[in-house]
Design a binder for this molecule. Structure first.
Ligand code: SF4
Ligand code: SF4
Ligand code: SF4
Length: 257
């Protein structure tokens, strides 16, 4: 059997997604013996000129160098997978879309003040993405299931229901009823509602569902007593670049960042 040629890459990100691949407890190593690993920054030297069947890309495009690497790797792979929230939605680094430069200028290192880079954006703003493994970081189980599926020659499926669906299966009490700003209703599930099971509200790290109803979500949060600034910050942390309606909310003339 010909082995699939697989690569793991990272552009701007925290490397947490790649660690999720490495810190698998079970059968990942057995699974990896069934594929040919051609790039994996933590394990071996990375050559951007390699060719692949599957590339798992962590991180978002925040510099011109990121962009050039991404374009080259896209050209050299048949299937590109956005691995994690930075690659998928832009995650926290893409917050720059939603705030004015004067709000963060004081945080820049002096030597970086004149760097002319690109607006931090998820990878599908620049190249075609074939699959997404969402989350910050993505679940180890999901990465393993994805690899197993493609090794067996099958097509991976995405989980399209909101987090609430899995939350109900765990018989959790709804956090919205006790005024906690849970974004489960508009967030793609598949994480087994892990945060709510632990008593924390969902921040939306897996990105919005296709039919996310933002106006209703905002109305619920407003009724809880949260101000627009709080709601905006919560929504754009993970979902912002993937939800045009969030942009409208953020750029509303009454709600300047
Ligand atoms: S998605 Fe989360 S874990 Fe992955 S690189 Fe971005 S910040 Fe790190
Ligand atoms: S706690 Fe959150 S995820 Fe669970 S049902 Fe309520 S809104 Fe949905
Ligand atoms: S519950 Fe929400 S924030 Fe937590 S892992 Fe799932 S999608 Fe991410």
């Amino acid at each position: 059997m010909t082995k699939l040629k697989v690569g793991f890459y990272g552009i701007t990100g925290c490397a947490g997604c790649q660690l999720s691949v490495i810190f698998q407890e079970d059968d990942l190593l057995d699974l990896l013996e069934l594929v040919e690993i051609r790039a994996w920054p933590f394990i071996k030297d990375v050559n951007d000129d390699e060719t692949f069947d599957y590339v798992f890309m962590e991180g978002l495009v925040a510099t011109n160098e990121d962009k050039e690497r991404l374009l080259k790797i896209r050209k050299n792979t048949k299937i590109l997978i956005a691995l994690g929230a930075c690659a998928h939605t832009g995650c926290v680094p893409a917050y720059r879309h939603f705030t004015l430069q004067k709000n963060y200028a004081h945080l820049l290192y002096e030597k970086n003040k004149n760097i002319s880079d690109v607006q931090p954006s998820p990878i599908d703003s620049f190249v075609q993405v074939d699959y997404v493994i969402p989350g910050c970081p993505p679940s180890k189980q999901e990465i393993r299931t994805f690899l197993k599926t493609v090794v067996l020659g099958n097509i991976p499926k995405s989980y399209d229901n909101p987090v609430c669906t899995e939350c109900k299966l765990h018989n959790n009490g709804c956090l919205l009823e006790v005024k906690k700003p849970c974004l489960g209703p508009i967030t793609r599930g598949g994480c087994n509602a892990i945060c709510i099971n632990g008593g924390l509200e969902c921040w939306g790290c897996r990105g919005p569902t296709d039919d996310a109803n933002l106006p209703v979500m905002v109305t619920i949060l407003r009724k809880q007593g949260h101000g627009l600034k709080f709601i905006k910050d919560r929504l754009v942390t993970f979902a912002g670049t993937k939800m045009p309606a969030v942009r409208k909310l953020v750029y509303d003339k009454n709600n300047k960042a």
